[in-house]
Ligand binder design. Structure first.
Ligand code: NDP
Ligand code: ZN
Length: 351
């Protein structure tokens, strides 16, 4: 079978691979819709995970099941399924401890296009099918379903990590597709003032749609200075980081009130250390919490998030700015994600 792969750091190309083997708990799918991710760009062109050789890329998509293992109970060939980017081993001790995304090792719930071939293949393998897949509901298109793999759950996890409460003032740093879903997640959790950081007009327009009340440009000087000015020197209750660099944490800490929380879902592709500003961190006593996390993945989350779409509480279509038809266009879609033209939020390939 064919797949679009990372050949080595900085290089991609089409390769031939064997049809994947289906274990007793697993499923094999063929893609119906696929989307590239900024994470694929970090992985290939920044070498953020280290080198990978001939690894099929991609972790966002909707599929149709072509084969299931003997022990799979709830799915059968022909089912159309939502596929989470993070597919934990649900019987691991880490999952039992509440950290499914780190099942069998740090970030190891992230398997597609990290430890194993991703979804940009003619077929792809899903571990623990009953624990990870969810039926694509009637009423959600494969294209919309592809946004439920990673953009919605990751952006929403940012709002969970920051523990957004009713009326909180929230700063969302980065309003690419992930940050936009953090804006939407924070709004659904009851944020009051919601300040979004980003510059591309198409993203700002979408951020307003999802609930941003104010904007800051990181190009106009330090984010914290602008936020402190806007909030009478007080700062915000919560910060969600969905863009920027290792240095963004300094701005986030400075913009945060004592007792506040920073939730990071940004994939830090480069830089050795994250520096925390001593004074603004309350000289070690400011109760400013910083937590970063990979989204948990799995079926229950897919079902719950798709319920938001089905019941009209979340419109993911605003994320999709570019569409392609045909599997071979996966390459074009990924290159678009790498080049990030000004009018791009997210491309999707329909197969
Ligand atoms: P985008 O590149 O589309 O968006 C990045 C956003 O950050 C843009 O709004 C951009 O502004 C803004 N930005 C850029 N530089 C800075 C800066 N110095 N300070 C503040 N804001 C800045 O990315 P995505 O939304 O696709 O993804 C966001 C991150 O989330 C990526 O790192 C991605 O790899 C990661 N990710 C993490 C996952 C997880 O599970 N933890 C899963 C999926 C993605 P502008 O409008 O000017 O472009
Ligand atoms: Zn992704």
């Amino acid at each position: 079978m064919k797949g679009f792969a990372m050949l080595e750091i900085g290089k991609t190309g089409w390769i031939e691979k064997d049809y994947p083997t289906c274990g007793p708990l697993d499923a094999i799918c063929r893609p119906l819709a696929l989307a590239p991710c900024t994470s694929d760009v970090h992985t290939v062109w920044e070498g953020a995970l280290g080198n990978r050789h001939d690894m099929i890329l991609g972790h966002e998509g909707v599929g149709e099941i072509v084969e299931v293992g003997a022990l799979v109970k709830d799915f059968k060939p022909g089912d159309k399924v939502l596929v989470p980017a993070i597919t934990p081993d649900w019987n691991s001790l880490e999952a039992q401890a509440g950290f499914s995304m780190h099942s069998t090792g740090m970030n190891s719930g992230w398997k597609f296009s990290n430890f194993k071939d991703g979804v940009f293949g003619e077929y792809f393998h899903v571990n623990d099918a009953d624990g990870n897949l969810a039926l694509l509901p009637e009423g959600i298109s494969p294209m919309e379903g592809a946004m439920l793999s990673d953009m919605v759950p990751t952006g929403f996890h940012g709002a969970e990590l920051a523990d957004v409460q009713y009326g909180d003032s929230v700063l969302v740093i980065g309003i690419g597709p992930v940050g936009l879903m953090s804006v939407a997640g924070a709004a659904l959790r009851g944020a009051g003032r919601l300040i979004a950081v980003g510059t591309r007009p198409v993203c700002k327009e979408a951020a307003s749609f999802y609930g941003a009340t104010d904007f800051v440009s990181y190009k106009n000087g330090p984010i914290d200075e602008q936020v402190l000015e806007m909030t009478g020197g007080k700062g915000v209750d919560k910060v969600i980081i969905a863009g920027g660099t290792v240095d963004t944490f300094q701005e986030a800490v400075k913009a945060l009130k004592p007792g506040g929380r920073i939730g990071n879902v940004n994939y830090l592709g480069s830089g050795e250390y994250i520096n925390i500003p001593r004074v603004e961190w309350g000289v070690g006593m400011g109760h400013k919490n910083i937590v970063g996390g990979l989204m948990p993945g799995g079926r229950l989350r897919m079902e719950k998030l798709s319920s938001l779409v089905l019941n009209g509480r979340l419109d993911v279509s605003k994320l999709i700015t570019h569409t392609f038809e045909g599997f071979e266009h996966v390459e074009d879609a990924l290159m678009l994600m790498k080049d990030k033209p000004a009018d791009l939020i997210k491309p999707v390939v329909i197969i």
